[in-house]
Design a protein around this ligand. Sequence first.
Ligand code: PEP
Length: 262
Amino acid sequence: MARRFLIAGNWKMNMTAAAGAQLIADLKAQFDCGMKCANTEGPEVLVCPPFTTIAAVVKAAEGTVLNVGAQNIHWAEKGAFTGEISGEMLKETGINYVIIGHSERRQYFGETDETVAKRVQAALASGLKVVLCVGETLAQRESNITDEVIALQVKTDLGAVAADQMANVVIAYEPVWAIGTGKVATDEQAEEVHKNIRALLAKMYGADVAAATRILYGGSMNAKNCAGLLAQPDIDGGLIGGAALKPVDFATIIKTAKDIAK
Ligand code: PEP
């Protein structure tokens, strides 16, 4: 089954509103049609700025094929959750995606698979598509427990997600040791994990859902190494941090995905 590539940028805590709007303008300038053509053969493209930059980026992306997403969501509809943000609030900004369970959230902000699962539910209930991040640490890889770690994350994080909701879920495999480190997983290492995730999805949801679900690779993907990764049969795009802040590099990854399109 053909899966459309998704090239997603995670801006993390970078880019003020003004800088974000400029980055979108610079990105549009990398494409002949200014990212305005509805090119169904190209990859789907997503950028995820910080909350306070979302409005400026949604405006800058108006009339283009760009999707805009957030980097987190709280599970409650409203209430005493200082510093958090609800699905309704995010939807109101005009975005359609949200990243959930990024390793930096798990590592620095105490996110667990249980809270990740609640956030996934809230996002889907709000009508947002989810980019669910999973990945092993270096110690876990060196202990040869990568598959067990990823399987536990996928099973718990998607615990309450029904098969018919999986059309709105994208999984991002992001080995923690490769994020922001410049150490990219080899094409083979990444493909092996992606293949195992797809096999797990087949057990959980059946072959059709497994074949249709997009699994992105994330971890130091850049303009130079993206071609090898994207050419792998089970890699359906990238979740990109550092290189997504550089318009020429991010555009190169988008164009590479278009050339490889499965
Ligand atoms: C990320 O933030 O999800 C990521 C993969 O970052 P980087 O590309 O910088 O490693």
